[in-house]
Design a binder for this molecule. Structure first.
Ligand SMILES: NC(=O)c1ccc[n+]([C@@H]2O[C@H](COP(=O)([O-])OP(=O)(O)OC[C@H]3O[C@@H](n4cnc5c(N)ncnc54)[C@H](OP(=O)(O)O)[C@@H]3O)[C@@H](O)[C@H]2O)c1
Length: 431
């Protein structure tokens, strides 16, 4: 058979990984694809003469790839939104298949772009866009295709997981752990995209649409980052038998689909709670299989290239992904309506009766307490007053009711600072 001819756009970390992997494993890739997969053209902003392109023609103009008659599939490893969107649209217009590693592109424009690709009769694949080297798109669209998915919970941002892991192992502050992530190249100079949860929200919206056959709806993802987590919260959570992870969670409920990204207490007995550093891990709960866990590197040149090359092999075989759901978007469960257990850290004055007043407010909203720990007294630097952190774990409750109780507790004279609230997920069969 004729080789599959690749036009690679973007010669950075992932692009260079694709060049290396296609060369390194050329014969096994050809056997699995049913034909060889060769890069004929490369376009990138800056020439990189040090990279061996094995005879491919280099250009700084993306158009030279899109318009080339010797390109069957365009691989986008540039990142960013506007240029990548244009490239995908132009590639469809030129009847070329499209493989991308770009989660923002798919999360924000995938619905429209995949519909255009379908009309143009070309395939679009994006395995590297979610959880890097872990074949999670394939798991959902193929391996588990016979299942009804109940829920997905995953560590899908390596930077946030590295920071939380460093805080847990060294007792480091958020700022120190972030600085160490930046020094190691795990976090960008502007880390907001990762630590504020946007990157995880992009990936979660893709997972959710694949799992529940719904249209992509990035705007409906409730998103909280890790910036407010303290080393003390990590320590208190550990005392209660939990670890704090930044999770993306999507769940089918009778009220609709939940999509949320936030720090979460996970029981230390769950494998997910043990996944540390930049590693990603995703648990999928489905009717036939039950829980299955997918774990591995969520970033890096070769892991991401592995996902891109798997997509190329699928394109070579003619294995198209189904389009995202077309039906009107199903109801999305607003965050106020979710049911969860909660960890509360209440900074209280060190005087008798505080706990009774807090418990009375919780009980008036029918919120029951699973456990309480009270830590040693501390002195507030600004006022010199003595205070104690009161740590409470609640049973499951509707978030709206909890918020109402927290507003009342915050008003108590005994409460000397802002209350911290973190959701708790047990990740058992019913989520
Ligand atoms: N890095 C990972 O581990 C990883 C994992 C999974 C998914 N991804 C995704 O993969 C994509 C690429 O990431 P990366 O880490 O490889 O980025 P990167 O190292 O910054 O590489 C991007 C490459 O694309 C080029 N480029 C950027 N905009 C361009 C444009 N408008 N026209 C032509 N060339 C352009 C850059 O040129 P210059 O050399 O001039 O900068 C650079 O060579 C992103 O969507 C990212 O989210 C990355």
């Amino acid at each position: 058979m004729e080789p599959l001819r690749v036009g690679l756009c973007g010669l950075g970390t992932v692009g260079q990984g694709v060049v290396e992997l296609l060369a390194r494993n050329a014969s096994s890739i050809a056997r699995r694809a049913g034909r060889s997969v060769i890069i004929t053209r490369v376009a990138s902003r800056t020439p990189k003469p040090e990279v061996d392109l094995a005879g491919a023609t280099f250009s700084t103009r993306l158009d030279d790839v899109v318009r080339a008659s010797d390109v069957d599939v365009v691989v986008e490893t540039m990142g960013g939104e506007a240029a990548a969107r244009q490239l995908m649209s132009d590639s469809c217009g030129a009847a070329k298949h499209f493989v991308t590693a770009n989660k923002a592109l798919i999360a924000l424009h995938g619905q429209e772009l995949l519909a255009a690709a379908r009309n143009a009769g070309v395939m679009v694949r994006f395995e590297a866009a979610v959880a890097g080297g872990i074949p999670i798109v394939k798991a959902l669209s193929e391996g588990l295709a016979g299942n009804r998915i109940h829920w997905i919970a995953g560590i899908i941002n390596g930077t946030s997981n590295y920071i939380l892991s460093a805080m847990a192992s060294d007792g480091a502050s958020f700022a120190d752990a972030l600085a160490s992530a930046q020094a190691l190249g795990y976090a960008e100079a502007d880390p907001a995209f990762d630590v504020d949860g946007i990157d995880a929200a992009h990936k979660l919206s893709i997972l959710s649409a694949l799992a529940f056959d719904t249209p992509l709806q990035f705007d409906a993802v409730y998103t909280e980052g890790i910036g407010a987590i303290t080393a003390e919260d990590i320590e208190y959570a550990a005392a209660l038998g939990y670890r704090i992870k930044h999770l993306g969670i999507t769940r089918r409920t009778s009220a609709g689909i939940e999509m949320r990204v936030h720090p979460t207490l996970v029981p230390e007995t769950r494998l997910l709670s043990r996944v540390d550093g930049v590693t990603n891990a995703v648990v999928i709960h489905s009717d036939a299989v039950g829980a299955s866990l997918y774990c591995g590197p969520g970033a890096g040149a070769l892991p991401s290239a592995s996902a891109v090359v798997a997509d190329l092999i699928d394109v070579a075989r003619g294995n198209a992904l189904p389009a995202f759901g077309q039906d009107p978007a199903p109801a999305r469960v607003p965050i106020d309506d979710i049911e969860s257990a909660y960890y509360l850290r209440i900074p209280a004055a060190d005087q008798p009766g505080v706990m009774a007043r807090v418990a009375q407010i919780l009980s008036s909203k029918e919120i029951s307490i699973e456990s309480v720990i009270q830590r040693e007294q501390a002195i507030r630097a600004d006022t010199g007053t003595a205070w104690v952190p009161v740590i409470i774990l609640t049973h499951r409750v509707i978030e709206r009711d909890l918020n109402q109780a927290l507003r009342e507790i915050q008003q108590l004279d005994d409460v000397v600072d802002t209350i911290t609230r973190i959701r708790v997920e047990t990740l058992d069969a019913d989520g």
